[in-house]
Design a protein around this ligand. Structure first.
Ligand code: F6P
Length: 359
């Protein structure tokens, strides 16, 4: 009997259960039912603490559309993985290796984002057989064109911008919609374009607040009294981007803005007279069912993972590149961030339409 462990790690997103289902169903097919699947609770925490249970076929039924993760998840910072716990004296890496052995696992399937992949790579180097899958609404995992969760979150962010549009036009107000995405602008860029935002601010392109204000004032002079700004949670002004890391940290500590959108609103208020409102959908963007695109993506990634396991092809992540699932070595993925390239055709096309990036 072949034994496969599966865990979901880091922030949740839509599609985790759809991937779990796809991996399991495909494994049962690939191994002609001669496979046992073990659910590892709450990400790496479950592997460390031995919270591992045998799952049955029925556990994987009816979960394609279910949001969140049936396995639970947690954030386990990679930099702490090799640090021995002060209080318990637990050696996390040693525990993960011994639990892998204790439960007789032949490999583990890891669903996660950037932090998760660093740990997946480390475990692979420690001798565990690992296959990973790229999860995150941020779409910032290296080695894949797209991560699952991204399109579903994008749909939600677009829905928010659509709803804001009607109230913004009615009142003639400036609305700042803050979009998640951590340190990258994929979600904001796509949601902003799809939602018809007039200004899109992403971390990759530091904005100049006077230029942003000039766009709003120009629209006003053309009879458009409302403007929509899609602002990434990691958006940064050109002035702040010029600061050293320490200086920026010290500045932020004095500012007390709840998040980026409030900071942009405050900065803008010095240059425009319009009423400004802020909307922060936050974790709403990670909730609910995966969209159709993600369901297909999750199914394909899961099926590919099962094939790799059957072929004993480990130490890799299943990436989606040019519409094909491909194994990407974990050493290539770990520790890298996929940011929006400045020469992205998406940015060029948006600019051609007159969308401002505040640069
Ligand atoms: O990585 C996904 C993400 O939702 C980011 O967009 C966001 O910055 C972060 O997670 C929020 O983390 P948490 O759920 O721990 O608050």
């Amino acid at each position: 009997m072949y034994r496969v462990g599966i865990l979901t790690s880091g922030g949740d997103c839509q599609g985790l259960n759809a991937v779990i289902r796809a991996v399991a169903k495909s494994l049962y097919e690939e191994f002609d039912d001669k496979v046992e699947i073990y659910g590892i609770r709450n990400g790496y925490a479950g592997l460390i603490d031995g919270e591992i249970h045998k799952m049955s076929k029925s556990d994987f039924s009816g979960i394609l559309t279910l949001g969140g993760t049936i396995l639970g998840t947690s954030r386990r910072p990679f930099k702490m993985m090799r640090v021995i716990d002060d209080v318990t004296g637990i050696d996390k890496v040693k525990n993960m290796k011994s639990n892998y052995k204790k439960f007789g696992l032949d490999c583990i399937v890891v669903l996660g984002g950037n932090g998760t992949h660093k740990s997946a790579h480390m475990l692979s180097e420690e001798g565990l057989n690992v296959v990973s899958l790229p999860k995150t609404i941020d779409n910032d995992v290296w080695g894949t064109d797209i991560t699952f969760g991204f399109q579903s979150a994008c749909d939600i962010a677009v829905n928010v911008i659509d709803c804001i549009h009607t109230t913004a036009t009615s009142h003639g107000r400036i609305f700042i919609v803050e979009v998640m995405g951590h340190k990258v602008g994929w979600l904001t860029l796509n949601a902003g374009i799809a939602g018809g935002a007039d200004i899109i601010l992403i971390p990759e392109i530091p904005y100049n607040i006077e230029k942003v204000a000039a766009v709003i004032n120009k629209r006003e002079s053309e009879g458009k009294s409302f403007s929509i700004l899609a602002v990434a949670e990691g958006a940064i002004s050109d002035k702040d981007a010029a600061l050293k890391k320490k200086e920026l940290k010290a500045l932020r500590a004095t500012q007390h803005y709840p998040s980026a959108a409030y900071r942009v609103a405050d900065e803008l208020s010095e240059y425009i007279s319009n009423e400004i409102r802020v909307t922060v959908p936050g974790h709403f963007q990670r909730g609910g069912s995966p969209c159709a695109y993600d369901r297909v993506l999750c199914t394909r990634l899961g099926a590919a993972a099962a094939r790799l396991i059957k072929e004993k092809h480990f130490g890799c992540m299943v990436g989606m590149i040019n519409g094909r699932t491909v194994p990407v070595p974990l050493f290539e993925v770990a520790g890298k961030l996929k940011t929006v390239p400045l020469d992205s055709p998406l940015i060029r096309d948006a600019k051609d339409l007159g969308i401002s990036f505040g640069d």
